[in-house]
Design a protein around this ligand. Structure first.
Ligand code: NAP
Length: 253
């Protein structure tokens, strides 16, 4: 158990960066820092993050503020996915209320390369509106929760990639499901596009390496990409890499 003099870090996790941060913070700061990672608990992690782990929602911003006080957290690093905007907003409000320092670790968005054919849209609803003009066979990589946004799209067949097989049927008239966990290779992604005769790829602008192979595959296969833009990052201190987040942390210990 950590000494009472130790500082306590809460990482809001669910990303590869959060797992890497937990591992490197434990290795770098040792007993000077007690590290706890919080996971939403919807998907089982490939392996447990280093340090302590807590699982499940906090019960909104007020619940998180209560947790921060009860667990005597000194610093929070919000390393959730760039599209996990609700959790990030709760972190902003709770840290303000509990007077806890907070950093958001936000991986950079993807940048187009020569040969890419990307159409940026503001959100899923805009992607659904734009989709029928781009193709009749779509590869949907935006998560099973986003399928409902495409439920009203007529004349399009969907290949939906999910991390775990959905318990309920997806709300899409014509679709197939493929279960897969990143990282993916460009070769595998090209094969998938060819096998299912995909005409358009739909993706969030998640950034990062683990799921970038689909973009290279789309470029090489001449498949256009509907790229859903990110919500605004949370206000306040931002780090783009795990290294930057560790340096921020070091200045607070
Ligand atoms: P979200 O919409 O921002 O959050 C919805 C609710 O889930 C939050 O209000 C919170 O419940 C709970 N929650 C989210 N992240 C949590 C965490 N790290 N620890 C404890 N509770 C958490 O989040 P989401 O987009 O559904 O993402 C859920 C998790 O999956 C996040 O940890 C995220 O990093 C990860 N993830 C998301 C995506 C994506 O595309 N959105 C992709 C990969 C991984 P309470 O209000 O009850 O506290």
């Amino acid at each position: 158990m950590p000494d009472s003099s130790d500082k306590r870090l809460l990482i809001l996790g669910g990303t590869a960066e959060a797992a890497a941060l937990a591992e490197r913070a434990v290795a770098r700061f040792g007993r000077r820092l007690a590290v706890t990672t919080s996971l939403a608990g919807r998907i089982a992690p490939k392996r447990a993050p280093a340090g302590e782990v807590r699982i499940g929602g906090f019960g909104g911003a007020a619940g998180l503020a209560r947790y921060l006080r009860q667990a005597a957290i000194d610093v929070v690093i919000d390393a959730t996915h760039p599209f996990a905007a609700t959790m990030s907003a709760h972190a902003v409000a709770a840290c303000e209320e509990a007077n806890v320092a907070r950093l958001a670790l936000v991986r950079p968005p993807w940048q187009p390369r020569p040969g890419d054919d990307w159409r940026r849209v503001a959100d899923m609803a805009a992607a659904a509106r734009a989709l029928p003009r781009l193709g009749r066979r779509a590869f949907l990589t935006t998560g099973p929760g986003s399928a409902k946004a495409f439920a009203g799209v007529a004349g399009v067949w969907f290949l939906v990639r999910v991390l775990e097989a959905p318990r309920l049927p997806l709300p899409l008239a014509r679709c197939a499901v493929v279960v897969g966990r990143p990282p993916f290779t460009v070769e595998d992604e090209r094969r998938l596009l060819a096998e299912h005769r995909i005409e358009v790829l739909v993706t969030k602008d998640s950034g990062g390496e683990a799921t970038a192979a689909k973009l290279a595959a789309a470029r090489l296969s001449g498949v256009p990409v509907l790229m859903v833009s990110r919500p605004s990052p949370p206000p306040g201190a931002l780090a783009a890499t795990v290294e930057e987040a560790l340096d921020w942390l070091a200045r607070r210990l």
